[in-house]
Design a protein around this ligand. Structure first.
Ligand code: FAD
Ligand code: EPU
Length: 344
């Protein structure tokens, strides 16, 4: 197996932050990984599983072994009536998988088009966008225990999915390497197929109308979402970022009523559990942080929730900026913003 030492991670995180890994290896199969885990050479080393690096903030060098996921393969594993099960190697690009499904008219992933990163990371924070989350179509995943090399299987309940959350961000944080994920999708070409497109979120319907599509299709929904995302979010190739830096907070009805009386225009989204979700981007903007730059870091001019690296920022600089924003929002609204990004 090829092991690199003192490897720069700058090209491996979308914030574009400079950091070095003591050891770095690409993992092409579950067998590759078992070799590392069971061998003696790295048994005492800390391990970091790395996908596309689009949801991490590196705050220093990594004193251990980085396992860069590169496990390939997408296959149809089962077809019954209108239902198909598609399994993807964890190293497949997420958007490539979405397109693979859209091309075959398998519905379920189209609203998650153009989310950066690899398939193996999708369950980690239960990725979501435009009214859909991975948990809606998740079937099962296979993982390898990083301490023992044992193969593990997780069904939907085992993953304890929540909003930008799962067991892999909590009890099992850093403990396993997800090597494949399968999804339960709808085959729209099956004669009896009935499919509910999810077009109700935000400006999706408007975009579809603008595109003047005569008939709704998976391709049209995917394309509309790509267009919205390209217009709204900064491209990490041009401006380092990791998407939303914070989660959108949910507050109690009582706190909502108090705040709504003070800020009548406050956008808000009632949740099934009785709480009310408030867009963090709005809170940050109200505090005057939108588009604000502090040295080499800042909040994006069009999307306050996205923190950016203007070039050469360290992870600590981004984290300091985030803390400044958190303190301001707490003082102004009595709301704690929690991080979506994984700080390493
Ligand atoms: P990484 O950043 O490499 O890893 C993230 C975490 O998961 C790390 O803790 C890592 O150790 C762990 N991990 C990664 N792979 C594995 C594995 N195979 N096994 C075990 N642990 C693993 N997210 C959304 O939910 N919705 C969005 O709309 C969205 N939009 C974004 C837009 C932009 C411009 C950017 C830059 C990011 C956006 N994100 C969004 C965040 C990000 O793309 C997702 O969280 C994505 O799933 C991260 O994938 P990754 O492969 O880059 O993971
Ligand atoms: N808003 C502002 N100012 C801003 C940004 C947003 O006032 O600078 C307000 C607006 O009222 C807007 C509302 O916030 O209507 C929501 O904004 P947007 O539609 O851009 O979505 P978001 O809540 O900021 C969430 C996800 C995104 C996901 C989009 C679309 C979180 C933390 N973020 O963003 O996910 O793509 O919805 O579904 O839930 C990510 O997780 O990295 C990510 C990009």
């Amino acid at each position: 197996m090829h092991i690199e030492q003192q490897k720069s991670l700058k090209a491996f995180n979308t914030f574009g932050i400079e950091s070095h890994a003591k050891y770095f290896a690409e993992i092409h199969s579950a067998e590759d990984l078992r070799e590392f885990v069971r061998g003696a050479q790295f048994s005492g080393e800390k391990k970091l599983v790395l996908g596309g690096g689009s949801n991490i903030l590196l705050t220093g060098d990594f004193d251990g072994l980085v396992l860069k996921n590169a496990i390939p393969g997408i296959e149809l594993v089962n077809r019954t009536g209108t239902e198909v099960i598609v399994r993807a190697g964890a190293g497949e690009g997420w958007h490539d998988l979405v397109l693979w499904c859209v091309e075959r008219n398998y519905g379920g992933l189209e609203n998650l088009s153009l989310i950066p990163g690899l398939t193996g990371a999708a369950p980690i924070q239960n990725i979501g966008a435009y009214g859909a989350e991975v948990k809606d179509v998740f079937h099962e995943l296979e993982a390898i225990d990083l301490r023992t090399g044992e193969g593990l299987k997780f069904g939907p309940r085992d993953c304890a999915f929540g909003y930008r959350d799962s067991v892999f961000k909590n009890k099992l944080r850093g403990q396993c390497f997800i090597n494949s994920v399968s999804f339960k999708l709808t085959n729209l070409d099956a004669p009896q197929a009935v499919y509910q497109y999810r077009t109700g979120y935000g400006d999706l319907r408007k975009k579809l109308d603008e595109m003047k599509m005569r008939d709704l299709s998976l391709k049209a929904v995917s394309e509309a979402i790509c267009q919205i995302r390209r217009a709204k979010l900064p491209d990490p190739k041009e401006l380092g970022n990791a998407g939303s830096f914070f989660k959108n907070p949910s507050i109690s009805q009582t706190q909502f009523k108090t705040l709504a009386a003070k800020f009548p225009g406050m956008p808000h989204f009632p949740q099934d559990d009785g709480t009310v979700k408030i867009p963090a981007g709005w809170l940050i903007e109200q505090c005057g942080w939108k588009g604000k730059r502090v040295g080499r870091a800042g909040s994006h001019k069009d999307q306050a929730l996205v923190l950016v690296n203007f070039g050469g920022a360290t992870g600590q600089e981004i984290l300091d900026l985030a803390q400044g924003i958190q303190e301001f929002v707490k003082k102004q609204f009595e709301i704690e913003l929690s991080l979506e990004v994984n700080v390493i």
